[in-house]
Every structure is written in C-alpha cells, then in structure tokens.
Design a protein around this ligand. Structure first.
Ligand SMILES: Nc1ncnc2c1ncn2[C@@H]1O[C@H](COP(=O)(O)OP(=O)(O)OP(=O)(O)O)[C@@H](O)[C@H]1O
Length: 295
C-alpha cells in the first residue's frame, strides 16, 4: 500500500536541478525514447553498452575532450582517472547529456548507448537520463524524509504502484535499509554523510536505470563511509553498469574492472583492464601518472 507522503511545498531552484538530475526530468525537452538493443532482462555482462567514437567537447573555444574513443562494458565498473581538469567529469556528463545544461558546451562525435547515438536529433535527454542515472560528489539529499528521497524519482515518473516495495528494494540495494528502516519519516539531512550518499544512490537506483554515473561519490566521505560505498559499488555492478570518476587511484584499482586514464588536454591516453593499466601500462605517461610522478 502506498504511503501518504506530504508535499513540502515548492522546491527551490537547486532542489529542482538536483531533482532533474536524480530523476531524469529536466522539463521542456523533446520526448522520444531511447532504446537499448536488448531489454534489461537480457543484459549481457561484459558486452559494450556505451561506445564513444571521436568525442570532442568544447566550452566555447576551450576544448575539454579530444577524440575520445571508449567502449564501456555492461554490468561492470569502469573508472575514469587523471589529473584535475583533464576532462573526466566532462566525459561523464557527456554520456547522459548533462552538458546540455551548460550553455557554452558543444559535443562532437558519437556517443552510443545501446546502439543509439544519444546526440541524434529526436533523442530525448529526459528519457536518456531515466536510463542513465547520476550520483554526485557531495551527498545532496532533498530536505525531505528518507522515504520521500528514495521515492522521489518514482513519484516524478508516476511509478507509484508498489511504491513501498520499490523504496525498500532501493534502500536495500543501496545497503542502507538496515540503518533506516525504523526512521523512514526522519529527514534525509539527519543522516551521516556516508548514509546520505547511500540515500542518493538509493534515489538514483529506485527508478531502475541501466547505467549509474558517479562523479567522485566517496571523496567527501571518511574512510569507513568510503569503504562502505566502495563495497556497495561492487555489488551494484551485478545489476547496473557503473561509470565512476575518482581522484583516488587506489580506489579505481580496488573497485573497477576497466580504467580510463585521461591526461592534460582532454586526451584519453589509455583504456583497458584495470589490472593491466595498474600493473603494466602501455604508455610511459600513464606509468608516470599512476606511480605519482605527476598529477
Ligand atoms: N561549465 C564549464 N564551463 C567552462 N569550462 C568548463 C566547464 N566545466 C569544465 N570546464 C573546463 O573543462 C576542462 C575539463 O574540466 P572537467 O571538470 O571535466 O575536468 P576533471 O578532470 O573532471 O577535473 P577535476 O578532477 O578537477 O574535477 C577544464 O579545463 C575545465 O576548466
């Protein structure tokens, strides 16, 4: 039975942006669906789900990414590492067209998700972001109850059948249920930082996306909370394709299957199996970076 959840009134601008990011709703954009070749029921772990071909991104005249080619496998964790300003977050935002929200940003090349170029005319960014959810660096729960945070995207998308079950499943999958099941009506803001980040993960997965983009999801957390989020990411890859930006090379080595190393100038210098990248990188520049000689 659906709970009777009170409306807290009009959301603030930041809340609306966060909500758009959380739920894929950005309003005012053309509604056309994006389909993957197979349905969720037929996911094929390891198969390429996202393919970048010659992607360039500019902010006005500044080029942030140069000719990025990458194949991201389904139900795996792919990490993006590299020094500050090398374009990791830009690439992440290119995947679900969050850069559309930046006026100066321009994307060239092809970014295929399940075979469809997400920049094709007629692709609806709103529908795309429903399939490709996002979690940010700082935990950003809404000033609402724990329950309402987890239920937010479901309500926006009008998926209110079995909402209690969906909320519970999302909180369980985000490894938070045991800690919050007796306090679902308390504010999400009363949780610890690590719990807030897992709540944001629950909010993102409640709407059942295919892909989760995570932009330094543990960088604002203490070591214990970081370790929980890292364990969670490994578990999430059983159900979702995870693409994570991290500054922490040990973290990338611990949790990812594939690693992409971007270097200054927005160039993807090396992409491959994480073990290979860390143990036997092809490029001297990558070796210098991962051994701490620069960056
Ligand atoms: N909204 C924006 N407007 C203009 N330039 C931007 C914008 N966002 C990023 N840039 C520029 O694009 C380049 C890549 O930035 P990006 O944030 O993608 O790098 P990053 O590798 O994620 O960096 P960091 O690790 O510091 O977060 C930088 O030169 C940055 O200044």
């Amino acid at each position: 039975m659906a709970r009777n959840v009170p409306d807290d009134g009009k959301p603030s601008r930041n809340e609306r942006i966060d909500a758009a990011e959380a739920s894929g709703e950005t309003g005012g954009l053309i509604e056309t669906s994006v389909t993957t070749e197979d349905s969720d029921e037929h996911s094929t772990p390891g198969r390429t789900i996202i393919e970048s071909r010659g992607v360039d991104v500019f902010y006005d005249d500044v080029q942030a990414l140069r000719g990025v080619d990458m194949e991201i496998p389904e139900n795996r964790v792919t990490a993006m590492i590299g020094p500050s300003g090398c374009g990791k977050s830009t690439f992440l935002r290119t995947i679900n067209r969050m850069n559309d929200l930046v006026d100066s940003a321009r994307v060239e090349g092809e970014l295929r998700f399940g075979g469809t170029n997400v920049y094709d005319e007629g692709v609806d960014p709103v529908a795309l972001r429903r399939r490709i959810g996002m979690v940010f660096q700082s935990p950003n729960p809404f000033p609402k109850s724990i329950y309402d945070n987890a239920a937010y995207g479901l309500k926006v998308q009008d998926k209110t059948d079995d909402i209690d079950d969906r909320v519970e499943r999302a909180l369980r999958d985000a490894a938070l249920w045991d800690e919050v099941q007796d306090r679902l009506d308390e504010s999400g803001l009363e949780l610890s930082g690590g719990q807030q980040q897992r709540l944001c993960i629950a909010r993102a997965i409640a709407v059942d996306p295919d892909v989760l983009l995570m932009d330094e999801p543990a960088s604002a957390l203490d070591p214990v909370a970081t370790s929980k989020v890292e364990d969670l990411i490994a578990d999430l890859a059983e159900e979702y394709t995870v693409v994570i930006v991290t500054h922490n090379m040990q973290q990338a080595a611990r949790i990812s299957d594939k690693t992409a190393v971007f270097l200054t100038g927005g160039e993807l210098v090396e992409f491959g199996d994480t073990n290979e990248i860390f143990e036997n990188p092809e490029h001297d520049r990558v070796e210098d970076y991962i051994t701490g000689k620069f960056g």
